[in-house]
Write a new protein. Structure first.
Length: 94
């Protein structure tokens, strides 16, 4: 399941960096993400302790909660704001 979301996220954040690793536990609704961000000397790990999915106007929306990063990185807050939905196309291409 992680391959399609990882490819889509990488396409959307290519100006900022890339997802090195993505692990999704759908039963617990948690995620672990490792990112290589441009301008950073080392990868950053982000744990998402909870997420919710919804659909509106043909768009899949995901809202992240309980996010924790291994360290503070300036500017990352604008990418993932707790409780603010991120929209994806309802059907992601493979």
């Amino acid at each position: 399941m992680e391959a399609t979301p990882k490819a889509y996220i990488n396409r959307e954040i290519k100006a900022f960096g890339v997802v090195r690793q993505l692990s999704i536990d759908t039963s617990k609704r948690t995620m672990q993400v490792e990112l290589d961000l441009k301008g950073e000397s080392a990868p950053i790990s982000v744990n998402i302790g909870s997420y919710g999915l919804s659909e509106k106007d043909g768009m899949l929306r995901i809202a992240f909660q309980e996010m924790r990063a291994a360290r503070t990185v300036k500017g990352v807050g604008c990418l993932l704001r707790p409780g603010t939905p991120v929209c994806f196309p309802a059907e992601c291409p493979p």
